[in-house]
Design a protein around this ligand. Sequence first.
Ligand code: IDP
Ligand code: MG
Length: 151
Amino acid sequence: MVLERTFIAIKPDGVQRGLVGEIICRFESKGFTLVGLKLVQVSRELAEQHYGVHRERPFFSGLVEFIISAPLVAMVWEGDGVVASARKIIGATNPLTAEPGTIRGDFGVNIGRNLIHGSDAIETANSEIALWFLDEELVSWQPSLSGWIRE
Ligand code: IDP
Ligand code: MG
């Protein structure tokens, strides 16, 4: 397995609903390593850039307004296969169809309030990490438990 990094954001609804600890816990308990973390009041420019691929979609303007409406928690998580695994932990885009046991499946009921973002591929992860974090904001470290988490 190749050690990967992915960009995860707890959206404003997750922060407002007091789910930051619960959501971080899902990734920590799984065995992934937190290498970047900050609370951000996002600018319109950053939100539009982050969701640029959806610019032509009908929900785009509402999505940008939502993302800039209150602080979000931006994170980078590291681990074997973390990009695809994080998407599984997060669950399907629509919380109503997301499986129980996933973050969206356990805590959400509406596609416009689906609590969390996770990069959808390794290249996307790399560009999102570069968009949201400066190099010096990311910390490479070896958890002392790592020998009990991976061979
Ligand atoms: P993803 O977050 O699971 O990758 P995408 O299709 O990339 O889902 O959509 C990005 C975000 O846009 C979703 O997480 C959600 O917040 C929002 N979104 C997607 N589809 C809709 C919709 O039909 N109505 C409202 N918001 C939507
Ligand atoms: Mg997406």
